[in-house]
Design a protein around this ligand. Structure first.
Ligand SMILES: NC(=O)C1=CN([C@@H]2O[C@H](COP(=O)(O)OP(=O)(O)OC[C@H]3O[C@@H](n4cnc5c(N)ncnc54)[C@H](O)[C@@H]3O)[C@@H](O)[C@H]2O)C=CC1
Ligand SMILES: CC(=O)C(=O)O
Length: 304
């Protein structure tokens, strides 16, 4: 994979179009194929995005599901979004059907394609896409808690006065209400985060709530979130194209729990290369098990 890479985005709403715009700015892909069931939306987005084409070397155009199925990377954002105070899991009925239609319409999907799930509930939809697409599991994963981890790193960076990328720490488990912060492994400059004096008087439970509640807050204020996820997804696309092998918390199949949730993984040109068995203390292990149990119960309802 390199320059010449074709990226398809299925779902040209706020999230899909913002990812397309971020990719245009990055100039790391030669072509973006945008697909949406709503022909007017997708035509409008293409006309608008193509006005920004002069700052990019990336061509953007409308495509069919079949064309999308032949692209190197296929980003799936098609689906309903949360209404204020609605949980991500409550979207499953609507978004399961949409995902089933989208994957069916793309078949036969190129055996080398990478499917990157973004629509919610992203962990459950990733599990379903792994079953329906016929692709190896390492090529089908979700943006997971990468966005939540970015929110966590932003918060910590402001508390202790370092750059966000100097904060090595993860939010893990579900990209949803059962997520948790892996405090015991988080560090800055090799020093455990919990040893920083700036964190001594910080209420950790309240901070975790603030992170997991951030999407709800944004949705209440402006109806949707899309810039943060577009930053995450465009950087994941770059990581794949450039074979950067960055470690990111992504929705991936966890053998031990029989479900998909976020753990740190190494991401390269062929998808997920391996999982990093991050240290968790006993309390965090319980939270991971609870997150897995909550997700597995729903997954089992949809796919036997
Ligand atoms: N994983 C994450 O961190 C994040 C996930 N999301 C999720 O992304 C999804 C999209 O959100 P928005 O773009 O804000 O919603 P939106 O309503 O703006 O766009 C959704 C688009 O999907 C299209 N669509 C519906 N059925 C389709 C089908 N069968 N084929 C192709 N396109 C289809 C709709 O026509 C619409 O244009 C939601 O599920 C939302 O919860 C949003 C932000 C962050
Ligand atoms: C909507 C969503 O999943 C988020 O912003 O985290």
């Amino acid at each position: 994979m390199g320059y010449g890479t074709r990226v398809a985005i299925i779902g040209a709403g706020s999230v899909g179009a913002t990812i397309a715009f971020a990719l245009l700015l990055q100039k790391i892909t030669s072509e973006i194929v945008l697909v949406d069931i709503d022909k007017e939306i997708v035509r409008g987005q293409i006309l608008d995005l193509s006005d920004a084409n002069f700052i990019s070397s990336t061509q953007i155009h409308y495509g069919t599901y079949q064309e999308a199925g032949q692209c190197d990377i296929i980003v799936i954002t098609a689906g309903a979004k949360q209404r204020p105070s609605e949980t991500r899991v409550e979207l499953i009925e609507r978004n399961y059907k949409i995902l089933e239609n989208v994957i069916g319409a793309m078949q036969p999907i190129n055996s080398g394609s990478i499917l990157l799930l973004v629509a919610n509930p992203v962990d459950i939809l990733t599990y379903i896409a792994q079953k329906l697409s016929g692709l190896p599991k390492k090529q089908v994963f979700g943006s997971g808690t990468f966005l939540d981890s970015a929110r966590f790193r932003l918060k910590i960076s402001s508390l202790i006065g370092v750059a966000e990328n100097a904060v090595h720490g993860y939010v893990l488990g579900e990209h949803g209400d059962s997520q948790f912060i892996a405090w015991s492994s988080a560090q800055v400059g090799g020093k455990p985060l919990l040893e920083f004096s700036e964190l001594e008087n910080v209420d950790k439970d309240a901070l975790a709530k603030e992170i997991s509640g951030k999407a709800y807050e944004i949705i209440k204020l402006k109806g949707a979130t899309y810039f943060g996820i577009a930053g995450c997804v465009s950087s994941l696309v770059q990581c794949i194209i450039l074979n950067q092998r960055l470690v990111r918390p992504l929705s991936t199949f966890i053998e031990e729990y029989g479900c998909v949730l976020s753990m740190p993984v190494v991401l390269g040109k062929n998808g997920i290369e391996r999982m990093i068995d991050v240290h968790l203390d006993s309390n965090e292990k319980i939270k991971l098990q609870q997150s897995a149990a909550a997700l597995k119960e729903i997954c089992d309802k949809y796919i036997k």
